[in-house]
Design a binder for this molecule. Structure first.
Ligand code: IMP
Length: 193
């Protein structure tokens, strides 16, 4: 069976990605640490393609990558593709979003997750984008998850990502939605192509 390299260095995302990918009976490998890809794309999907292709070429394997982040409407989509670089630590990034949003009454936001799967030659075999709408709270709530989870309130579920169980987050999150869209196609794919 062909190996698929999971092209992420983020441990929180890795844990979630592995949960989805385990359903596929693929032989998964982690991205070697020395392979660093500059996220120079202006959109989530551009960055997901870039990461999947570069890691595939470097490892001569299939590679799957996601690029995700938070877009806040009243901040013109920020932090967007800069979500991981909006501060040094999760707490700094959360603080910055809350500070920039201040007491703005329009708290609408969405999490976006783009996923791309690259063949060993760097060409993209499949891609998709999942979106989860929500709102930014005035302060964090809940202790689970990672990143911006405590301040992202999913109105449909009545709780933040940080208050959801792993199973709930996997089902309702942007990553969950992206995988739900992609899974039927992934199941049909012949990795030896
Ligand atoms: P990247 O996809 O590695 O460029 O980074 C995405 C960044 O967006 C992460 O470092 C988090 O700050 C944020 N992010 C992405 N998905 C989630 C999530 O499910 N919960 C909280 N923060 C997230």
């Amino acid at each position: 069976m062909a190996t698929v390299v999971v092209a992420t260095g983020n441990l929180g995302k890795l844990a979630e990605l592995k949960d989805y990918l385990q359903l596929l009976d693929w032989d998964l490998a982690l991205k070697p640490q020395e392979i660093e890809v500059d996220e120079t794309g202006e959109t989530f999907i551009e960055n997901a393609r870039l990461k999947a292709s570069e890691v595939a070429i470097a490892t001569k394997s299939w590679a799957i990558a996601d690029d995700s982040g938070l877009s806040v409407f009243a901040l013109n989509g920020a932090p967007g593709v800069l979500s991981a670089r909006y501060g040094d630590r999760d707490t700094d990034r959360i603080e910055r979003v809350l500070r920039e949003l201040g007491d703005e009454s329009d708290r609408r936001a969405e999490f976006v997750c783009a996923i791309a799967l690259s063949r060993p030659d760097g060409t993209i075999a499949l891609e998709t984008e999942g979106r989860c709408p929500g709102a930014i709270l005035m302060a964090g709530q809940g202790a689970g998850g990672f990143g911006y989870d405590p301040i992202f309130f999913v109105t449909a579920q009545g709780k933040t990502f940080a208050e959801m169980s792993n199973a709930e987050k996997e089902r309702y999150s942007h990553r969950g939605i992206a995988f739900e869209q992609l899974m039927p196609k992934l199941k049909q794919l012949k990795l030896t192509d």
